[in-house]
Design a protein around this ligand. Sequence first.
Ligand SMILES: NC(=O)c1ccc[n+]([C@@H]2O[C@H](COP(=O)([O-])OP(=O)(O)OC[C@H]3O[C@@H](n4cnc5c(N)ncnc54)[C@H](O)[C@@H]3O)[C@@H](O)[C@H]2O)c1
Length: 467
Amino acid sequence: MANVTIFGAGYVGVPTGAHFARTHTVTVYDPDARKVQSINDVIEKKSDSLHIHEKGLIELLQENHENIHATSDILEALEDPEIIFIAVGTPPNEKGRANLKYVCAAAEQIAKNIKNDCVVLNKSTVPPGTAYLVKEIIENNRVNDVKISVGSCPEFLAEGTAIEDLRTPDRIVYGCDDQDALDRVTDFFLYLHGKATLCPMSTVSSEVTKYAANALLATKISFMNSLAMLCDSIGANVREVQDGVGKDTRIGRKFLNASMGYGGSCFPKDTMAIAEYGQLFKSPLEIIESTIKVNDKTTNYFTEKIIETFGSDLSGKNFIVWGIGFKARTDDLRESKPVQVAKELMDRGAHVHIYDTVAGALTNFVNENNCYEGKFTLHHEQYEMVSEAIDGLVIGNEHEKFRNLNIKILKIMRGKHIYDGKNILNNRLIKDLIASGFTYKSIGKDSVASEIEKNKLISFLKNEYMD
Ligand SMILES: NC(=O)c1ccc[n+]([C@@H]2O[C@H](COP(=O)([O-])OP(=O)(O)OC[C@H]3O[C@@H](n4cnc5c(N)ncnc54)[C@H](O)[C@@H]3O)[C@@H](O)[C@H]2O)c1
């Protein structure tokens, strides 16, 4: 059992702390006293709500209550940790580069207050080399004569499945150039996971690994999204293509779902950050740059489908958006594509009725979009906003509640238009929708709703491919 301190009580810090507390003693430090209070209240079973939404997190905190607590007192946080994880935010700055000010501030706090030897591992997603910078900051500000090794331990959890991801990871990547410290981290993880999952390496390699993994996953999505646009043009169904390609085990089926684009707090930020890093080092990462361009293009492609139906002025139109979180089961709206689409509709004069299965997502929408007040209405029931005044329904994320929509209720809408931003409706349901007078638009499977224009394809081939 080791004493561990985690800097940052966010989407990474709290689930990670709750997971480590299965076998270690954990202190979560955050200067935000409100978040600290919220965690401690849950641990002590005084409350059942946290400042972030993550499935199973409250239960895990309460299960491991003897081994975990949160504090905003830096001295208490640095009482005697053997390993410190930095899990603070690294939001993009205006150039698309990761902002390191929170990581550097944490390093300085550690340097000024630590009283014992320890290993500091950076969990935040950062440009390669940042651990060396953290080491330098600690050495320059260190007050006590202690040995501090610094390395990196990037996080791969995904919001919505964080607890399961932490419990059964494919691999745990960590790097440190000090072999003794690396061995201590290996021992730490062996209490939680089998040896086969561990991936020790050099500091800088572990930092590159995090960006490489996120950029490759984002690239799979953009790759399929660019094919989805072609599928719509020629009458193919991208879902079928996804299966045909993804069942090749060399490729794999995951992250091949075409959609209105990837969002969230990681992929957009991390692809931008590593592309910018490559540019700065005169080693451009062209494939990742294209991934980013395709992602932006795909969202525009989807909103254009709505605009094509109604024209660019949407005054007097009313839309429903089901699912506002960047994906199902999260309250996190950072870089959320459904938020982007909702804003575009409101900017063009429409009123938007928003529903999400996570109440916190609706609260965050209000807090982050004050300037749109009066242009949207929030709903806590999926169908309560359906009325004659509605012109179209946008499916914003992949929650299963949106897969099996109730045509009988929706039929009352004056505009019978369904925009499936996540391609989640199945072919039979789409055909039922069409039979009930609806139109259906997606990203790459519009062909399910319309006849393939075979003659157009034949004449194209005759014109372009025959002498
Ligand atoms: N969210 C994800 O799904 C995810 C997944 C993998 C990696 N990451 C990376 O992990 C890092 C953290 O992401 P997040 O989503 O948890 O961020 P977040 O914004 O949810 O949380 C960051 C927390 O750090 C706190 N903080 C700021 N300065 C601090 C300091 N000096 N000391 C202690 N705490 C401080 C903030 O108050 C906040 O609570 C980022 O670099 C992110 O890219 C995130």
